[in-house]
Design a protein around this ligand. Structure first.
Ligand code: HEC
Length: 123
């Protein structure tokens, strides 16, 4: 082997080791997709509410008078139990939220955990 070939071989070993570490981290996420998120408004809850709820529950006249696009009213509606009740209903229940499409078990678990922690705003 020339020095150049040895160098190339070393590089490919490093590449293989690197990509297997990458694959392992992906597998970990697939097995437990919720584990990485902290149940804190700024870190995760706001993103979930913005993606699934704020389109209707936001702005000057939110649906049902419940604004889920800001911390104060999102925390109130969650700590009162209203949000947890609605997201926990089966998707075909007329009162289920969001009304169209599904809300993942992972997102339900995140909001339930947030409620049990007292709806913290930031870490
Ligand atoms: C497509 C629009 C739409 C989306 C998206 C939506 N909602 Fe609603 N929501 C409504 C409407 C309309 C009502 C009033 C009718 C009713 O009570 O079912 C309502 C009512 C509610 C209520 C009851 C408020 C009360 O005072 O009784 C809660 C809580 C709620 N939504 C939470 C959520 C949450 C949490 C999400 C996201 C996971 C969400 N909604 C997504 C339209 C929406």
């Amino acid at each position: 082997m020339t020095t150049a070939t040895k160098f190339q071989a070393t590089l490919s070993v490093i590449a293989i080791l690197g990509s297997s570490a990458f694959l392992q981290s992906c597998q970990y996420n697939v097995e437990d997709p919720c584990s990485e998120r902290t149940a804190v408004y700024n870190a995760s809850v706001a993103l979930v509410l913005d993606a699934h709820c704020s389109g209707c529950h936001g702005g000057t006249y939110p649906e049902a008078g419940v604004g889920l696009d800001n911390y104060d009213s999102a925390a109130d509606a969650t700590l009162s139990g209203e949000v947890i009740y609605r997201i926990g209903l089966p998707a075909n229940d007329p009162l289920a939220m969001p009304p169209y499409g599904s809300f993942s078990d992972c997102d339900i678990a995140l909001l339930e955990k947030w409620a049990t922690l007292g709806a913290p705003e930031s870490e």
